[in-house]
Structures are given as structure tokens and as C-alpha cells.
Design a protein around this ligand. Structure first.
Ligand code: DAT
Ligand code: MG
Length: 151
């Protein structure tokens, strides 16, 4: 069976507020396995590609400003129904509507700073993993921990 995986990114406000740890804990506690992790500041081109489908939205410029305002923590998480389970623990797009117990519900106040991204489909996950990680990391089973590649 193909390994199910999704792309998750702690956005710059989440990193600034020290929420990488709590967010990783939630994914681990849910039952996910961390497959790859990368902390980096992304350029506008990558941010624009990542959110390419929103290019025509009035908030697109602000969204790109926000995503490039500091380091992000990009991750690949593996597990059953990875996309759906990640979206469930992340919560609804607008933190105002996200339920308590979800990441956005517990840590966010406004849609302009909703802490974390999770892929919305298997196709999006594959596209986003390819954008943020190299070819080796994108094709399971490869584990990147402490610079050691096992796979
Ligand atoms: P999600 O991140 O839940 O997949 P999305 O893909 O529709 O939501 O939008 C991507 C990001 O764009 C979202 O996390 C926050 C921002 N965004 C969406 N709708 C917005 C709006 N109406 N005003 C401002 N930012 C918005
Ligand atoms: Mg989305």
C-alpha cells in the first residue's frame, strides 16, 4: 500500500510564538510519524507557488508578505488518512470558526494569522512536498533525522 503522507507547515507567526513544539506534539499524539522537517525562510517565489491557486484573491499579496515574514517549519507527516486527519487537528481556516481542541482554535485569533498549513488533498500534498523538499525526501520511505538519510 502506498504510504499516506501530508505536508504541514508552521507559519511564521507560529514559529515566532514558539509553537513548533506544541504543534509537533499534537501530530505525534494523534498517531502521525514525522518523516521530514525543515526550518527555513522562504522567498516570495516559493510562497507564490505554494498558494498559486489563490493568486487572484484580494488578500494574496498580504498572504505572501505573511508567509515570507520569518522562518517557517515545513514537515512531512505520515499516517493513515494523513490529509484528512491533519486537517481535522488543524481546524477550520478561520481561527474564529475553528473549534477548541484544534490547533487554529486553540492558538489563533484571526484568519490573517492562522498558525499552520495542511494540504487539502493527496494531489496538493504531493505538489507541496515536491515544492518544499527534494526528490529523495518526497518519495517514501526516506527518513531525514539529524542529517542521516535512511531509506
Ligand atoms: P486553508 O489554509 O484552511 O487550506 P485556504 O487554502 O482556503 O485555507 O487559504 C489559504 C490561506 O489563505 C489561509 O490559511 C489563510 C488565507 N486566507 C484564506 N481566506 C482568506 C480571507 N478571506 N482573508 C484573508 N486570508 C485568507
Ligand atoms: Mg488550503
Amino acid at each position: 500500500m502506498q504510504v499516506e503522507q501530508t505536508f504541514v507547515m508552521v507559519k511564521p507567526d507560529g514559529v515566532r510564538r514558539g509553537l513548533i513544539g506544541p504543534i509537533i506534539s499534537r501530530f505525534e499524539q494523534k498517531g502521525f510519524e514525522l518523516a521530514a522537517i525543515s526550518l527555513r525562510t522562504i522567498d516570495r517565489q516559493l510562497a507564490e507557488q505554494h498558494y498559486g491557486e489563490l493568486r487572484e484573491k484580494p488578500f494574496f499579496g498580504e498572504l505572501v508578505d505573511y508567509l515570507t515574514s520569518g522562518p517557517v517549519c515545513a514537515m512531512i507527516w505520515r499516517g493513515r488518512h494523513a490529509v484528512e486527519n491533519a486537517r481535522a487537528i488543524i481546524g477550520r481556516t478561520n481561527p474564529v470558526e475553528a473549534g477548541p481542541g484544534t490547533i487554529r482554535g486553540d492558538y489563533g485569533m484571526d484568519i490573517s494569522g492562522n498558525i499552520v498549513h495542511g494540504s487539502d488533498s493527496d494531489a496538493s500534498a504531493a505538489r507541496e512536498i515536491a515544492l518544499f523538499f527534494n526528490r529523495e525526501a518526497a518519495s517514501p520511505p526516506v527518513h531525514l533525522f539529524g542529517g542521516t538519510v535512511v531509506g
